[in-house]
Design a protein around this ligand. Structure first.
Ligand SMILES: Cc1ncc(COP(=O)(O)O)c(C=O)c1O
Length: 388
């Protein structure tokens, strides 16, 4: 079978390639603007500030956020999640999460638990990877401050019922933090309709920005303590952190070249439209899932129903370690996928694939059907060889 060139199916880790506009935007900022936003009064600094505001406005449009200044930029989703969790929770507070979290939520919460925060994990069904929103309702107690969950699993591709859980948080006056690392750019997110109080996002995955970008939306009136202080151009006369958004939570020089690229990525997503992006990815996922299901010796993990999943599929090939499959795909077929636990041991414990992990394929809007076809042929050959 003719090889379509190097195949990159590791988009859940970071997307590659990027739309050309992303790289052009980054180059434009670096070559033509270059200045530090919000620091100096000269025109290049003002232009950098305008570019930064454009980044906030684009992200706000994508997530239906009314005030772009309620968005702060960070270097990735992990940083945003840590800011939210450490900035909100105190000893004695109760927080509820799920059993399939990425370690960007799992580790800070385990640490906070050791400092006196009470933690409840709601179990996800080990076959379907679905969760019952009523379980969150039942777990709420008088000291429950926060529900913190991912929107989409980076292991199984399952999407959690965020809107339903958001409704519960509103009824019970509990804050709601959503990790959209895998869903932003591929699945509709509306902070108003979903009652999301804090939304952590990453720039370098399906928003098609570059690495070193991400952010956190904080609903007006929600008080998040800063993790880091100083380094803002505003209120220079004071030695205390400004108390207004975004400056109170955004310290130090931002990654403005990266955020210029992120704006281009988000504008690309907005111009294409989430529905078109989803429908292309659904077609690829259907081809992938149908093809993998037909290969003898391939065990798919989780729920394969098309209307509730991301372009992320985990599987194992009987008789082979996931690392062996990954190595053959890389060395023999030029196909880049990810193997192991995907920074999510809780998810693998839940799905029964711990500690061995899985082979994970994650597609992007820029992947093509002939790449999936070539990949399926490769897995078929690997599986056949194992049997002979
Ligand atoms: C569900 C989930 N949350 C958080 C993260 C962390 O994202 P970042 O690399 O931007 O910190 C990832 C990355 O893979 C993820 O899949």
């Amino acid at each position: 079978m003719k090889k379509p060139g190097l195949i990159y199916f590791d988009n859940a880790a970071t997307s590659y390639p990027k739309p050309p506009a992303t790289l052009e935007a980054c180059k434009y900022f670096t070559n033509k603007v270059g200045a530090n936003p919000g620091r100096s009064g000269h025109r290049l600094s003002v232009e950098a500030g305008r570019i930064l505001y454009d980044a906030r406005a684009s992200v706000a449009e994508l997530f239906n956020i009314e005030d772009p200044l309620q968005i702060i930029f960070t270097y990735n989703a992990t940083y945003a999640l840590n800011m939210a969790l450490f900035g909100l929770l105190n000893p004695g507070d109760h927080v509820i999460t799920s059993s399939i979290e990425h370690n960007s939520i799992a580790r800070p919460l385990r640490h906070l638990e050791s400092q006196g925060v009470e933690l409840t994990r709601i179990s996800v069904d080990s076959k379907t990877c679905q969760i019952d929103p009523c379980d969150f309702k039942k777990a709420i107690k008088p000291n429950t401050k926060l529900i913190a969950i991912l929107h989409g699993s980076n292991v199984t591709g399952a999407i959690l019922p965020v809107a339903e859980i958001g409704k519960i948080t509103r009824e019970d006056n509990v804050l709601f933090l959503v990790d959209s690392a895998q869903t932003a750019g591929v699945y509709p997110i509306d902070v108003e309709a979903m009652n999301i109080d804090l939304l952590a996002f990453t720039g370098h995955k399906s928003l098609f920005g570059i690495q070193g970008t991400g952010g956190l939306y904080v609903r007006e009136g929600v008080n998040v303590r800063p993790l880091i202080r100083g380094g803002t151009g505003s209120k220079s006369e004071e030695d205390i952190q400004p108390d207004f958004m975004p400056d109170c939570l955004e310290s130090g020089t931002p990654n403005t070249p990266g955020l210029t690229a992120l704006t281009a990525g988000v504008k690309f997503v907005l111009a294409e439209g989430i529905l078109k992006i989803r429908s292309h990815e659904e077609a690829l996922i259907k081809q992938l899932v149908d093809g993998l299901s037909a290969i003898d010796g391939v065990n798919l993990i989780g729920d394969m129903t098309l209307d509730c999943r991301l372009p992320v599929v985990s599987f194992n090939v009987s008789g082979l370690l996931s690392s062996e499959v990954g190595q053959i795909l890389d060395e023999k077929y030029d196909i880049m996928i990810r193997v192991g636990l995907h920074c999510a041991p809780w998810a693998h414990q839940t799905m029964g694939t711990y500690p061995k992990g899985t082979v994970r394929v994650s597609l992007s809007y820029l992947n093509k059907s002939d790449e999936v076809k070539y990949f399926l042929n490769a897995v078929n050959e690997i599986s056949e060889k194992r049997r002979t």
